[in-house]
Write a protein that binds this ligand. Structure first.
Ligand code: DP6
Length: 333
């Protein structure tokens, strides 16, 4: 029985799916209905400290200095409950988390959040879990978080009957080929429909959900082969197809789920113009209005300049493939 209260701090990065996950298997355990492949991004981070404290009657969760919403606290507690069960602990925990990028705005904040929490909580509880165990723990809270435990290019297969544990795995390291990802921020503030609800709604009401699930594995295989080959043009085209098919399924739900802003479409048009002019630029979009643009280090400045000039683009964030979730020394207040 591990009764010693412990503390640990972890940092994790968001990831951007090049082959999208959208939809869950209907046999529980938060298993994805389709395989996905993402790249973990440097330049944006979640930092989370977990302190198991015998003086606490309940778990507490502070996000960016503010007490978190009840629903967010519930999700944190359910991850902590799994950790407590594994470590034979009953102690409640104080969780302090902060993002250096907008929360819940389609910038994959739940991915870095649960990856950092999984690593910090297991370490604070005295469990020496490896990446796969932390990834599975993070996945049970948020599927995309399984991928943020690892750095570089990361895959997660779809869930099969009988699966309970399912972890992401590394496909290639961050420096496998030169890639830059520019985030064109088109709206500040949180999005209206969170991914979990959005995909459930798509699953329940969109006539395009079954074809999405049916065709996603072949697209995933194309994305994976292009990543392994370091072939950015082929990767870019397949990533655009994956994003558009996912959004097509969501848009066809009843009522339709449109995550895009007007500027989202403007950026898509600009990316196409850049490509027609010979620049390397391909887009992808998650469950929010921002557009992530894949390009090369050599043309990053040109593409960033062009994106910043699109009407409606508030700012651009420059990122590149980054590292895994790691434990860090606690910052002194
Ligand atoms: C569009 O992982 O946030 O970013 O598993 O319900 O927490 P839950 O959903 P979440 O969905 C991410 C959806 C996506 C695509 C992706 O990251 O693959």
């Amino acid at each position: 029985m591990n009764t010693a209260p412990g503390r640990a701090t972890a940092v994790a990065h968001p990831n951007i799916a090049l082959s999208k996950y959208w939809g869950k298997r209907d046999f529980g355990h938060n298993l994805p209905a389709v395989p996905s492949l993402s790249v973990t991004l440097a330049g944006m981070a979640t930092t989370t400290t977990v302190v198991f404290d015998p003086a606490l009657a309940t778990d507490a969760f502070t996000l960016g200095g503010q007490p978190a919403k009840e629903g967010d606290l519930r999700r944190v507690t359910s991850l902590l409950d799994r950790v407590r069960a594994a470590a034979s602990l009953t102690t409640r925990a104080n969780v302090l988390s902060s993002n250096d990028f907008p929360t819940a705005a389609g910038l994959a904040s739940s991915a870095s959040a649960f990856a950092a929490l999984a690593l910090a909580a297991t370490s604070a509880a005295g469990l020496a879990w490896d990446g796969a165990q932390c990834s599975d723990l993070a996945r049970k809270s948020s599927v995309s978080a399984a991928r943020s435990v690892f750095g570089g290019f990361v895959e997660l297969r779809d869930g099969h009957p009988g699966d309970e544990d399912l972890a992401a795995a590394s496909v290639a390291p961050a420096d496998h080929f030169p890639l830059r990802v520019l985030v064109a921020v088109t709206r500040e503030g949180p999005k209206s429909t969170l991914s979990t609800e959005g995909m459930l709604h798509t699953q329940r009401t969109s006539p395009f959900y079954p074809p999405w699930v049916e065709t996603a594995p072949a697209l995933f295989a194309r994305v994976r082969a292009a990543v392994l080959a370091g072939d950015l043009p082929t990767l870019g085209v397949a990533a655009e197809e994956s994003a558009l098919r996912m959004h097509a399924a969501a848009i066809a739900a009843c009522p339709g789920l449109i995550y895009w802003a007007g500027a989202t479409v403007e950026v898509i048009e600009e990316v196409k113009r850049l490509r027609a002019a010979g620049l390397p630029a391909w887009f992808t979009i998650d469950a929010g209005p921002h557009v992530k643009v894949l390009t090369t280090p050599e043309r990053e400045d040109d593409v960033a300049l062009a994106l910043a000039a699109v009407p409606g683009v508030k700012r651009t964030i420059r990122t590149r493939p980054g590292g895994p979730a790691i434990l860090v020394p606690e910052a002194t207040p």
